[in-house]
Design a protein around this ligand. Structure first.
Ligand code: UGA
Length: 445
């Protein structure tokens, strides 16, 4: 998993959340000495022992390998982490403030804290997602606390949860937003082992590029969801529509899953931030407001639509399968389950939730309710359920043979709602189930 950098550097990564840990481990795997810093002592202690506080495929192995090789160090001490580093990356969280703008409290605190220990000619890179133009605010926060010459650069991140290690090792592109030739050269050098195209731009363009990539993907999902809704009223099947448009090379057939809308810690936040940013600069009537609004309301609208197939949720035993926001993660941030389960409980359903990886996190995040149980196996979730709601395309959930179960309960067909369009509707229908998917083509035709 590792390879050697052409010449190694000392690199600091501030913030050991998702992006920070992956970035630190990957740069260490290229032969650099890497310091990961966090203000959370408990987190640092666990990382020192090679324990990652969330589930991400291949990350623990990579972390342990690099700790053993002596290239990766974790600390809460800014002086220790920053004073010998050529490159200091800030990868702390930028949660949305109540008005939708990015809350820069942690980024600003990190800039102020790292500044006194910067070595001369160090490059400070902002990996956190921040609004364009923010360097005008960040630069003085650093320069007021150091006499060293330093450069500020934007280094946006494009990794996805669930495939973060692979995405970081093999990025589609590396983006360096930097005004200084010397600092750009250092950043180009540390990114050489990635063997990816390097796009060197102005900092504001790099920041705008990050928001644009996420907003574009989010609008693509919103677009296909709108098309899916039209298919449901006119008898078309959205999967067939995707086959047609996908052959157009300008459009492509990838990243087109319809569903209940996008979730996770990035798209909802970034679209909302771009909408807030647009309003702030006077563009009140913007596309991003609408994408956010459509995505926000979608789950509730679809839940209401589904009721028509079996006469309402009240008193129904419902198996909710897939509680994380996507497969291969135990992250529940903006996961469909976090909106759907409270709504089902409100409507009087009895809910059994199951996730291959996220059950423990789900128990902490989902409401404590006598009508909700998080169960430890898929068969336990399915037992006695009149409605099965397949939310997330985890392989275990998609590959299960639902036709092996009784297709009727109390003399009525059981219903399976496949919101990721993953199952074979014809097999389930033949077996006697009522099959519903997104965008037509279920057994209602
Ligand atoms: C996203 C981007 O894909 C990354 O490039 C970016 O670096 C990251 O945000 C970030 O800003 O940190 P991530 O949120 O991990 O990554 O996950 P995605 O796989 O992009 O999925 C996001 C949401 O869109 C999920 O709810 C997923 O179910 C949904 N989605 C995705 C669809 O509904 N349909 C699709 O075709 C694809």
């Amino acid at each position: 998993m590792s390879s050697q950098a052409s010449s190694s550097h000392q690199i600091t990564v501030i913030g050991t959340g998702f992006v920070g840990v992956v970035t630190a481990a990957v740069f260490a795997s290229f032969g650099n000495q890497v310091y990961g810093l966090d203000v959370d002592q408990e987190k640092i202690e666990s990382l020192k022992q090679g324990k990652v506080p969330f589930h991400e495929p291949r990350l623990s192995e990579l972390l342990q390998e690099q700790l053993l090789k002596g290239r990766l160090h974790f600390t809460t001490d800014y002086q220790k982490a920053v004073s010998g580093s050529d490159v200091v990356m800030v990868a702390v969280g930028t949660p949305s403030a109540p008005d939708g703008t990015a809350d820069l409290t942690y980024v600003k605190a990190a800039c102020e804290s790292l500044a006194p220990y910067l070595k001369n000619e160090a490059v400070v890179c902002i990996k956190s997602t921040v609004p364009p133009g923010v360097f005008a605010e960040l630069k003085p926060l650093i320069s007021n606390h150091t006499s060293s010459n330093f450069e500020l650069a934007s280094l946006p991140e494009f990794l996805r949860e669930g495939s973060a290690v692979d995405d970081t090792l093999h990025p589609d592109r590396v983006v360096i937003g930097c005004e200084s030739k010397q600092a750009t050269a250092v950043l180009q050098e540390i990114h050489k082992p990635f063997k990816a195209p390097i796009v060197v731009v102005k900092p504001a363009s790099a920041q705008m590029g990050k928001y644009s990539a996420n907003a574009y993907l989010a609008q693509r999902i919103t677009f296909i969801n709108q098309i899916a809704d039209l298919c449901e009223v006119n008898g078309a099947d959205v999967d067939e529509v995707i086959k047609i448009i996908g052959h157009d090379k300008r459009i492509g057939s990838h990243y087109w899953y319809p569903g209940l809308g996008y979730g996770g810690s990035c798209f909802p936040k970034d679209v909302r931030e771009l909408a807030a940013y647009s309003r702030k600069v006077g563009q009140d009537n913007n596309l991003f407001n609408k994408i956010h609004e459509l995505n926000q309301n979608r789950i509730y609208e679809k839940l209401h639509d589904f009721e028509n197939y079996f006469g309402g949720w009240e008193g129904k035993t419902v198996a909710v399968l897939g509680l994380s926001f996507k497969p291969h993660t135990d992250d529940l941030r903006e996961a469909p389950s976090t909106k759907i389960i409270p709504q089902l409980l409100h409507e009087g359903a009895i809910v059994r939730g199951y996730d291959p990886m996220a059950n423990q996190v789900a128990k902490k995040v989902l409401p404590a309710d006598k009508n909700l149980s998080i169960v430890s196996s898929l068969p336990a979730a399915l037992a006695g359920s009149e409605v099965v709601l397949l939310l997330i395309e985890w392989p275990e959930l998609v590959n299960y043979d639902y036709t092996s179960l009784d297709s009727q309960i109390n003399g009525k067909p059981r219903t399976i709602i496949d919101v990721r369009n993953q199952l074979s509707g014809s097999e389930l229908t033949t077996a006697g189930w009522q099959y519903i998917k997104i965008g037509g083509g279920g057994n209602e035709q």
